[in-house]
Design a protein around this ligand. Structure first.
Ligand code: FRU
Length: 462
């Protein structure tokens, strides 16, 4: 097996071939979990976005079932862009943006782009009803560019709500909020932007409740980098939100979901057990680093599904408890010694309570996670970061660490998921030398049984 083959993830959803970006239409319907995603199988020869579809009964094993939405109608002919799912008693309603780029001389921001909000229904993510356009450019309020997209729809009582991301004519990001009684006819009830400038465009909004509090998640584009924040080109985070207020949004309390190199466009949904689950794109738009898997004709993955909990206003993210079912043998690792690990692992560490919180963790000689003097650092040296260099977070202490490795992705959870760092990496070898230095009371490495987690082989009749 070549190194390149070894980069294909075993338990993260990835494109069967070609390009993947945002997760879309996340839901659980009659027991089955559905994960749609932005998909361009013929990338880089082609750029048109479709919706690919994975189905799962346990959130551990995912089966690709093909393309659910093709950009094949007059409403979406240059892209079936991102959107969400709203489950009904007997069907799933999918809402998404039909992107239409017109021929002619346009900048595609101020002219030349239709952003149609489309609705379809499906019961299985395979057969999908005809496309109905519920909002088009003529329905959006004045003061906006043609960048309006990524509907997230939910239902409260008898009322449907929709939030759309937007770029205003003055180059400020905003959201539009709509209401409907039937999911087809929508009425604008609120437009919200920030108090101070906070990026020129807000993509992929999401609005949900946790422990009785409402949160708005969105992806602001164009926020200047700071030493310990906003280090990626475009951001993704959340803040507390009040749906009935008309006040500008307090952007100073925005908190990033993930402080690593590769994270964007997350969506959440509530499953049938009532859990709030988040999946993100383990990638990002317009990044400067390379994606060496392109040589192998595929690019990008989704993050693992993460369970969200709320503690003192902070949303924590951890792998779902069912993920532990993949664990097989475990090994206690001595501090300060190299160990050769398989390229899929689940590593748990805990610092001694009375110890100075300082550590360094190596995953190969080229990737280091370290904490000292209140700064958490993820740093690459050498080829395997493919242009990724350093990400840093300021935090008071670190007590728990959990690192999940899957061939070419690392998801690192600190302090029970209060801080998360996701990165892609492309090691030479499929055995990874790892080492942790620090005063740990726990340092346990689990092997994972990842057989059949991700199936991208289509059955003949599909
Ligand atoms: C975010 C995004 C969305 C858009 C989609 C197109 O990554 O730009 O705003 O709907 O990707 O693939």
């Amino acid at each position: 097996m070549s190194n390149e083959t070894n980069w294909r993830c075993r338990f993260h959803m990835l494109p069967p071939k070609g390009w993947l970006n945002d997760p879309n239409g996340l839901c659980q319907f009659q027991g089955t979990y559905h994960v749609f995603f932005q998909y361009t199988p013929e990338f880089p020869r082609q750029e048109l976005r479709a919706w690919g579809h994975y189905a799962s009964s346990d959130l551990l094993h995912f089966r690709f079932t093909g393309i659910a939405l093709q950009p094949d109608s007059p409403y979406d002919r240059t892209g079936a862009f991102s959107g969400s799912a709203c489950t009904e008693a007997d069907t799933i309603a999918l809402y998404y943006t039909g992107n239409v780029e017109l021929e002619g001389e346009h900048d595609y921001t101020h002219s030349g782009r239709e952003s149609n909000t489309l609705r379809v229904t499906t019961r299985n993510g395979i057969q999908v009803s005809e496309k109905i356009c519920v909002l088009d450019n003529s329905n959006y309020p004045a003061g906006y560019t043609c960048h309006i997209r990524d509907p997230k729809v939910w239902k409260e009582g008898d009322t449907y709500y929709m939030v759309l991301g937007a770029r205003r004519l003055d180059d400020s990001g905003a959201i539009l909020l709509y209401q409907s009684q039937d999911g087809l006819h929508w009425k604008l009830f609120s437009e919200r932007t920030s108090r101070q400038p906070f990026g020129f465009m807000w993509e992929c909004p999401d609005l949900f409740q946790m422990d009785g509090k409402t949160f708005l998640s969105f992806c602001p584009q164009g926020i200047p980098a700071e030493p310990y924040r906003f280090q990626n080109l475009h951001q993704s985070g959340y803040l507390p939100f009040c749906l009935t207020s008309t006040e500008p949004i307090n952007e100073t309390v925005f908190r990033e979901w993930d402080m690593g190199f590769d994270f964007y466009a997350p969506q959440t949904f509530q499953d049938e057990q009532g859990r709030r689950i988040l999946i993100g794109w383990a990638g990002g738009p317009e990044t400067t680093y390379q994606e060496p898997t392109l040589k192998q004709n595929w690019i990008h993955t989704l993050t693992l599904p993460r369970q969200i909990t709320c503690q003192q206003g902070i949303l924590k993210q951890m792998p779902l408890p069912e993920f532990n079912e993949l664990r097989s043998q475990c090994q206690e690792l001595p501090s300060g010694q190299w160990y050769r690990a398989d390229h899929c692992f689940d590593w748990e560490l805990e610092l001694l309570p009375e110890s100075e919180p300082a550590f360094s963790i190596h995953i190969t000689e080229e990737c280091k996670l370290s904490y000292s003097n209140g700064i958490l650092t993820l740093q690459f040296t050498g080829k395997s970061g493919a242009g990724r260099t350093r990400r840093q977070v300021r935090c008071e202490t670190i007590r728990t660490i959990r690192i999940l490795a899957d061939c070419s992705i690392l998801e690192c959870f600190f302090n029970d998921g209060a801080i998360v760092m996701t990165t892609r990496f492309f090691p030479e070898d499929s055995l990874l030398p790892i080492r942790a230095d620090g005063a740990f009371q726990k340092n346990i490495l689990w092997n994972l049984n990842t057989k059949d987690c991700i199936c991208t082989v289509l059955e003949k009749n599909e």
